[in-house]
Design a protein around this ligand. Sequence first.
Ligand code: HEC
Ligand code: HEC
Ligand code: HEC
Ligand code: HEC
Length: 199
Amino acid sequence: MMSDTDMSSCRTTAVHGQAHLGFPKTSRNGAYASSRQLQAGRQARGEEKAMINLKVVRNMLLFAGMVCMLFSTVTAWAAARTYVGVEACALCHEKQYSIWKTSAHAKAYLDLGAGAQKDPRCLSCHTTGGTAAFPNVQCEACHGPGSEYSDMETMKNFRKVWDAGLNRQAAGTCVNCHNENSPTYRGFDFKASWMEIMH
Ligand code: HEC
Ligand code: HEC
Ligand code: HEC
Ligand code: HEC
């Protein structure tokens, strides 16, 4: 017969969604499982515990790996990278440049007018990097400072280019500027906005 402990451990197993592994089957006429079946059940539960331990170890390793990746990303970004300017990108990206040139981003600094062009609060979103040294929302405002990735050899190597600072998630940068801190903010719809500046 099954003891209470057996039943509760069966329930625990069932809670984990693996009842078929540990639950001793009842026979057709409703009698409880034989001691042999019970033993098989316990063995299965033991194996299951070992499996769960392995999962814990695996998850810990995964977590450690993620922490390492985060750390190396942060240190990589900390390396001093500077802007090269839109004209430098244009040398090789003529198509993207000609599209950008007609976009609102290319006149973001001009639109500020003389007064606000000296206001650092306005420059933070209307320039690349927050100063008039790189006016307007240039390529690098979204793709990251290009001093280390914009040579031909690095640009052609799609792994190297990320390590050298090309932002993998340029689409994630929009909301850095398109948000409530903009005095003229009237909401932001990524899809529609991207269609307007797509290159
Ligand atoms: C010396 C030429 C050159 C310069 C300068 C250059 N690029 Fe590139 N870029 C390339 C080439 C070549 C590719 C790869 C195209 C391909 O393989 O399809 C590329 C690819 C890219 C990609 C796509 C990468 C990917 O994996 O999705 C982006 C984004 C990009 N460049 C942005 C820039 C920006 C921003 C600048 C200026 C800071 C710049 N590039 C300067 C030549 C250049
Ligand atoms: C560095 C800040 C900055 C980033 C990053 C940025 N924008 Fe902008 N964006 C601006 C500014 C400033 C303007 C207004 C320019 C003007 O009209 O003078 C603007 C204007 C626009 C406009 C013109 C329509 C409008 O709302 O006035 C579109 C479309 C747009 N952005 C799309 C995007 C998308 C899509 C992204 C991300 C892929 C993005 N922007 C990232 C600052 C930014
Ligand atoms: C407002 C943000 C923004 C600006 C400014 C911007 N880009 Fe992009 N760019 C993007 C996004 C978003 C993508 C889509 C791919 C991605 O998410 O990285 C993209 C894609 C690209 C690609 C890859 C195209 C392909 O077919 O795979 C190249 C190359 C590129 N941009 C170059 C440039 C150059 C050169 C400039 C300046 C003349 C520029 N971009 C300005 C946001 C921007
Ligand atoms: C948080 C980023 C941010 C700051 C800070 C910011 N702007 Fe903007 N600005 C934008 C964006 C994004 C747009 C595009 C429209 C929108 O969504 O607000 C824009 C658009 C504009 C426009 C174009 C007119 C229009 O209605 O589209 C003017 C002019 C402007 N800003 C002036 C200023 C002035 C002046 C300041 C400083 C007092 C300033 N902005 C500060 C992000 C910013």
